[in-house]
Design a protein around this ligand. Sequence first.
Ligand SMILES: C[S@@+](CC[C@H](N)C(=O)[O-])C[C@H]1O[C@@H](n2cnc3c(N)ncnc32)[C@H](O)[C@@H]1O
Length: 291
Amino acid sequence: MSTSERTTIPPTTASDGVDQQPAVDRARSDAGQVAADAAEVYERFFVPALFGDWPPILLDRAGVADGHRVLDVGCGTGVVARAAVGRVGDDGEVVGLDLNPGMLAVAARAAPDVTWRQGAVEELPFETDSFDRVLSQFALMFFADRDAGVAEMARVARPGTPVTVATWATLADTPGYAAMAALLDRLFGPEVASAIEAPYVLGEPQAVGELLSGHLDDVAVEVVDGTARFPSIDDWVRTDIRGWTLSDALTDTQFDVLLTEARRDLARFADGDGRVRFPAPALVTTGLARR
Ligand SMILES: C[S@@+](CC[C@H](N)C(=O)[O-])C[C@H]1O[C@@H](n2cnc3c(N)ncnc32)[C@H](O)[C@@H]1O
């Protein structure tokens, strides 16, 4: 959308933040890095809205079972790792690794029985062939070096065992976020909108298939239906802004403007009781570590 089509938000006072461009940290958005307080919002509101349905699907596709040593890469607050604990039993072990200490602090409070490690997927601090299953849910698109990340996941997986990765389908397949990104672009410009678009950059099966095939055998990509659910439009906006990479970018006044516009612009995604639901499909891709 061109600048001239954007809604002009009338300035009130010079210091209220309305007439300023939001201060987007692009590197942080592209790397999926949230502030420490945003990690709490992520766990409390984002996980039930978007992420919580997926761990059993990934664990099933990967065949996680009793006695396995499992690695969850880009674990965030640990939804996959926590679900894996019940499957591997007392003889297994679950390790969660993430770049972000705020996410890991929330994860460790929720599940002290998982081994939580801070680190980058591009340089995993683990022995070669040391895990029975390696999983990564909705993190691959944020890796600084995706190819190196996949190579490392393949390296630490025992030869012949599955490495399973979830990525969101395209923005066009996810109408609620396509509309949210268009609204942010109209109000605040493309830098702000790009923070909402970043999770969808690996939505084409061919792109993710090729990426994994560089380091894994027998790669298969499956498109799986999913649904995003928020209690209301206000909750949706609050979760997306305060629980993700834009948490410090918008002033309170800009946030209020966004809320007002969203109630009208995104109303078609809410039912008669105000609850929000829209399709949020994902690609679940599995390949086997090379022998
Ligand atoms: C959208 S969150 C997904 C978290 C979790 N897997 C879930 O499904 O709720 C993406 C996570 O990937 C992590 N991440 C991004 N780049 C990373 C990297 N290079 N190495 C390790 N973790 C990374 C981020 O810190 C963030 O916690």
